[in-house]
Write a protein that binds this ligand. Structure first.
Ligand SMILES: *Cc1c(COP(=O)(O)O)cnc(C)c1O
Length: 360
């Protein structure tokens, strides 16, 4: 068996310990005689799996009792619509545009009401986070929306925007569980799990209870009403059972690593290795302003498309896969989520050093 270092933005690497444990339990989950894939979501065994996953997540993130945790389907992209459907009482909300995912959420919200652009970093290919200290937020806005870590462009809010008392809704798909967060600062935190937590197929949403009600936009499908999901503990219909089971294992893995503070420390150290190299290299350059750099997604370029393509090709052959950057940025992108071992980043940097020597 030979595993590669997978720098994919998502679906992405999972901890090897988790995969091994899942493999061991594949045919017979703890004496049940079945795989978790084959199990009724109404069984006692499965109920214990989903309840324990929620309990561990609550512990990891220190989620207060007045927040619900929902396991949903449809990806982050379907959640873009659920936000206005459940929160747009005045049919008006503010959006900060820091990249493609924020823009898509903003465009989706426009279907349901007035989505106002509060700030944007489109002028410089989303290579920075705009100043959010005094945004043109008006009293009639229902919420302020951000994409907290911009997967494609590699930027991250280091400080949350001043929402002037409005509810903050945050897409944390690509920075979920990468560092401790103060849940009380948000109305809604959500993300697809396939970036930093588990396999594709599930969105985890952490929603303040008072934001969950029957007062939704007319025409909201039953499944997209948060109250339906909250009242049924995410078991209104069949949930993505196996994905939730793997997420549960990743939560246990994170706890064993020492929780989110320990993971943050490791993530800072890991990203620093790559950023330090980018700052010293004559060939490779980071594309993001230093103060807004993400710990999870690191885009970089050589400035020469042919060289970029050669690098990606040679890196792939050497076992560093999925390094090709998003087509709107070009160049390369290394996604170094929680499950990417330190060794993977060190070896990538060694490979980059070698490539630089050979090609200059
Ligand atoms: C990947 C991604 C999405 C889209 O997720 P899907 O689950 O594929 O819909 C949304 N937001 C962010 C920040 C992402 O990284």
């Amino acid at each position: 068996m030979s595993r590669v270092y997978n720098f994919s933005a998502g679906p992405a690497m999972l901890p090897e310990e988790v995969l091994k444990e899942a493999a061991e339990e594949m045919l017979d989950y703890r004496g049940s005689g079945q795989s978790v894939m084959e199990m009724s979501h109404r069984s006692k065994t499965y109920d214990a799996i989903i309840k324990e996953a929620e309990k561990d997540l609550r512990e990891l993130m220190n989620i207060p009792d007045n927040y619900k945790v929902l396991f949903l389907q449809g990806g982050a992209s379907l959640f873009f619509a659920q936000v206005p459907m459940n929160l747009m009482k005045n049919k008006k909300a503010g959006y900060i545009l820091t990249g493609q995912w924020a823009k898509k959420a903003y465009q989706e919200a426009k279907i349901y009401g007035e989505a106002v652009e509060l700030a944007s970093s489109a002028d410089k290919t989303f290579s920075y986070i705009p100043d959010c200290s005094d945004l043109p937020i008006t009293d009639d806005m229902d919420y302020v929306y951000i994409c907290e870590n911009n997967t494609i462009y590699g930027t991250k809010y280091k400080k949350l925007p001043d929402t002037k008392g409005k509810i903050l809704v945050s897409d944390v798909s690509s920075c979920f569980l990468s560092e401790p967060v103060d849940v009380t600062k948000y109305g809604v935190i959500y993300g697809g799990v396939q970036k930093n937590i588990g396999p594709a197929g599930c969105v985890i949403a952490i929603i303040r209870e008072d934001l969950i009600s029957d007062d939704v936009l007319p025409g909201t499908p039953t499944m997209m009403k948060w109250k339906t999901q909250a009242d049924n503990d995410s078991l209104y219909n069949t949930p993505p059972c196996y994905t939730i089971y793997i997420c549960g294992k990743v939560f246990k893995w994170l706890k064993a690593q020492g929780g989110l503070e320990a993971i943050q420390k490791k993530n800072i150290e890991k990203a620093q290795i790559l950023y330090d190299f980018l700052d010293s290299s004559k060939m490779f350059k980071g594309t993001v302003v230093k103060e807004d750099r993400s710990l999870m997604n690191v885009p970089f370029v050589t400035g020469n498309e042919e060289l970029d393509a050669n690098f990606v090709k040679e890196a792939t052959a050497a076992g560093f896969v999925n390094l090709k950057g998003h087509r709107t940025v070009g160049g390369m992108r290394a996604s170094i989520y929680n499950a990417m071992p330190m060794e993977g980043v060190k070896k990538l940097v060694e490979f980059m050093e070698k490539f630089e020597k050979e090609n200059s």
